[in-house]
Design a protein around this ligand. Structure first.
Ligand code: MRU
Length: 362
């Protein structure tokens, strides 16, 4: 997508294959910063500390991290231990393991001397695959937006989204935002309610920024406002991303997603999750019981960063000295609350039968 009118992706390899460049998302929305990651340790840190974030992007980043490792040591022990270590950078999004397992399947049968070239080629293929998959999700989701627009007789379609499942969370296009960008490009009138998404505010700082760069009309709302807007007919559909989906269609996504699904269910508002199949974890059945939920630092809850009147980014404390805070970073929305999953193969039901055969014959 575009930044200041110029096309950009969230990551790209250095021409000499000795580094990975990424947008450092910690600086947004106040500044566009690009970081150079020189080795697998730097990539691990960038994932763990959320310089890069979002399920598909951490998968693609990790793939390049393993390719960087192959520059310096490509024997079996280095390959296995680096892949395991990168997988541990964040626990919830399954794309991280998916991308590394895809790379391992290519590299394991090769002699160490052949692994470097193969790793860089496969990491690039994973990144390109992400772009193509997200574009396809957008085409399928677009049909839903067009159907709603037709029913509304040309009035603006109101979409609510949570967290950032935009192009910043992927290599390009985004998942939840891909139908939105494609509809906007076709001139379909739409407006996006952007949940701020406490505690890290990925909606307020990232989704709002990228929608603004593309000229998509949007309004940032406090996380608590969504239910009220749905009760008053101001939300036509909800589209969220996901970090892991179980075999029966339970959707794990950023904390607060479940509450939006409950409110949508109560108000008859369709609730969709945009899901590349790399986010489907067929090894898990009961998402609520089996998906590991990342517990992040309490400081993300007790403190907040923002730009002051002097233009400086400062951090302030929100809570009394001595108050403790808990910070579960994801929740699981049961499949029964999910109207459908927007995938690269089409929009499918969130149930075991639909997911068992998803992508077969493709
Ligand atoms: O903790 P984050 O910011 O990495 O969480 C990201 C989300 O929950 C996204 O909505 C999800 O990964 C989908 S990204 C296309």
């Amino acid at each position: 997508m575009r930044v200041d009118g110029r096309p950009m992706r969230t990551l790209w390899p250095a021409p000499g294959r000795d580094a990975l460049f990424v947008i450092d998302q910690r600086a947004l929305p106040h500044r566009l910063a690009v970081a150079r990651l020189d080795d697998a340790a730097a990539v691990h840190r960038a994932i763990r500390d959320m310089w890069v974030r979002g399920a598909p992007l951490i998968g693609a980043s990790a793939a390049y991290g393993l390719a960087l490792q192959m520059n310096v040591a490509a024997d079996d022990a280095a390959l296995e231990s680096s892949a395991q270590w990168l997988k541990q950078a964040r626990p919830t999004a399954v794309n991280l393991a998916w991308a590394l397992d895809r790379l391992l399947a290519v590299l394991r049968p090769l002699p160490p001397a052949a692994r470097r070239d193969a790793a860089w080629a496969e990491a690039a293929a994973i990144a390109e695959h992400d772009v193509a998959v997200n574009a396809a999700i957008g085409r399928h989701g677009l049909a839903l937006l067009q159907a709603i627009a037709a029913k509304k007789g040309g009035a603006s379609v109101n979409v609510l989204t949570h967290c950032n499942a935009g192009w910043l969370a992927t290599v390009d296009w985004g998942t939840a935002t891909s139908p939105i960008y494609q509809a906007h490009a076709l001139g379909l009138p739409l407006h996006v309610w952007v949940d701020e998404t406490r505690p890290r505010n990925q909606g307020a700082s990232l989704t709002a920024w990228e929608l603004g760069q593309e000229g998509v009309p949007h309004t940032v709302i406090a996380d608590n406002a969504g239910g009220h807007l749905m009760q008053h007919g101001q939300v036509d559909l909800v589209i969220v991303g996901c970090d892991r989906v179980s075999a029966r269609g339970d959707v794990c996504n950023k904390i607060g997603t479940y509450l939006k699904a409950l409110a949508a269910h109560d108000n008859g508002v369709p609730f969709y999750a945009a899901m590349p199949t790399s986010t489907l974890d067929r090894s898990l059945h009961d998402g609520l019981a089996e998906i590991p939920i990342e517990e992040r630092s309490a400081r993300e809850v007790t403190h907040l960063a923002g730009r002051n009147a002097a233009g400086e980014v400062v951090e302030v404390q929100l809570v009394p000295d001595g108050s403790t805070a808990a910070n579960p970073a994801f929740d699981v929305t049961p499949a029964r609350l999910v109207s459908g999953l927007m995938t690269e193969f089409g929009v499918v039901a969130a149930d075991a039968d639909a997911l068992r055969t998803l992508g077969e014959g493709a």
